[in-house]
Design a protein around this ligand. Structure first.
Ligand code: GLN
Length: 454
């Protein structure tokens, strides 16, 4: 009831929820009370969560915040949310996001912009919460849920977490099942939690992760007790600092924050080592070939026949055209155009195949660091703090918006786990995050090191 009344009070302004499932929440909470009264219950018994609109929830609004999925209520539940309910969690509703998870500011949603609960000191300007999981990050930061599900294809968990002073982890590719999550770029998409603390993230991550026969890319590997990593000393751990993440023109505040993180870890007994990841500069351009390519293929299924919106035409071809023209927003259309172009017969080798090769080189940079005994890598999470809603500069040039993902996309390209942990405030009092990148399936080390920084 406390969370439902917080939502009631704040959602009109923040626009974090696109559907509130109050009756369902109360029923689930009551069932949890009864379970707990018997002295039993799961790890999340009675914990109220918000669910990103990208996760299929049985009988409940699931539209990836796109117009083209109007009215779609799946008859099935995603594996990740099934796992959460099995552990006793309570669903408060569905959270706003960038359309089909494409964006870095939560301004591409059909349901309107999400507003960051943070403001610059002495300013009334509305700021973006980051994207695409902007609704998840805002709902957690503004106490409209205790934790939220999110997804990350190029930074969509970590960047909004950094912009809202919350913790966001993208686990290793294959750690969570993607079954029942609306697909954006299937070789990059992963689910993970956004939460208040590293410990909360560890508990949620444990529940969300599982191998799943319905997703052949999910991996059959033990899910450790992540919470056990909290409080463990980092003494002797080797933390890599990649020179190539020190960008020209990077704001001094971000540099300083990074240095503070290095000092904290050093003080806690970690060994800091300089490393080189020479292919870092190609990650962003390669990502913006691979992700749209896969997106253009995944979005082909929205044709006005199978799901959601249908806009009639004089024949079936015109019906497809009308539906897709009206149903997709500008960013989704931009991705479809780029994606079909780079996959087309004449350009496949020059763009898509080349980007896949670059992807292998990026992964090799990381492999080399691990082979040299590095346990985790520390970088900034984002090149800036949250920016203003409707920033003219960023909207006039989509590539500038894409630059937000500069520190996060490498992690998806290499399939690795990455966590963003709140690490301080900028000169205007806005939160900033640091990112830790881990070895495949070694999320535990990220929780262990992350709690030193938070
Ligand atoms: N901002 C990136 C993009 O628009 C990442 C999105 C995501 O991680 N879902 O593609």
């Amino acid at each position: 009831d406390a969370f439902l009344s917080n939502i009631e009070a704040a959602n009109a302004q923040l626009n974090a929820y696109v559907a509130v499932t109050a009756d369902k929440a109360r029923n689930m909470a009551k069932a949890s009370d009864e379970t707990l009264a018997k002295g039993v219950g799961g790890a999340l018994e009675g914990i109220p969560l918000g669910i990103k609109d990208l996760f299929a929830t049985n009988g409940v609004h699931t539209q990836a915040c796109s117009h083209i999925l109007d009215g779609f209520k799946p008859a099935y539940e995603s594996t990740v949310t099934t796992n959460l309910w099995a552990d006793g969690a309570v669903m408060l509703g569905k959270l706003n996001m960038d359309e089909f998870a494409m964006g870095s500011s939560n301004e591409t949603s059909y349901y309107g912009d999400v507003i960051n609960p943070w403001r610059k000191q002495g300013s009334n300007q509305d700021l973006v919460p980051g994207g695409s999981s902007g609704g998840s990050a805002t709902a957690v930061a503004a106490r409209l849920c205790m934790g939220a599900t999110a997804t990350d294809t190029g930074g969509s968990i970590r960047q909004p977490a950094a912009f809202t002073g919350t913790v966001g982890i993208k686990p290793t590719y294959g750690r969570c099942s993607r079954w029942g999550i609306v697909a954006f770029a299937s070789s990059l998409d992963q689910a993970g939690p956004i939460a208040h603390t590293v410990r909360d993230s560890a508990i949620l991550m444990k529940s969300m992760a599982s191998v799943d026969p319905k997703d052949t890319t999910s991996v059959d590997i033990e899910v450790p007790d992540y919470e056990a990593a909290i409080g463990k000393s980092v003494k002797g751990l080797k933390i890599g600092i990649p020179a190539e993440y020190r960008l020209d023109g990077m704001p001094g505040e971000i540099e300083e924050l990074w240095q503070k993180g290095i000092d904290w870890l050093k003080d806690a007994g970690a060994e800091i080592v300089d490393i080189s990841m020479p292919h870092t500069k190609y990650a962003l351009p390669a990502y913006y070939i691979v992700a749209p390519a896969e997106a253009s293929s995944n979005l082909a299924r929205y044709d006005g026949v199978r799901y959601g919106l249908r806009v009639p035409g004089k024949d079936i071809v015109e019906m497809y055209e009308n539906t897709r023209a009206e149903g997709f927003g500008d960013e989704a259309k931009r991705r479809i155009l780029i994606g079909t172009y780079v996959l087309s017969a004449g350009y496949y080798d020059a763009y898509y195949l080349k980007a896949q090769k670059v992807r292998t080189l990026i992964k090799r940079d990381f492999d080399l660091a691990w082979a040299n005994g590095v346990d985790a890598i520390l970088t900034p999470a984002t090149p800036s703090a949250a920016f203003g809603v409707a920033d003219q500069d960023l909207h006039a040039d989509p590539v500038k918006m894409y630059l937000n993902d500069i520190f996060t996309v490498t992690v998806n390209m290499a399939g690795l786990p990455g966590i963003s942990v709140p690490a301080g405030l900028d000169k205007d009092g806005l939160p900033l995050g640091l990112q830790l990148i881990g070895k495949p399936f070694d999320e535990s080390t990220l929780f262990q090191v992350g709690q030193v920084i938070e």
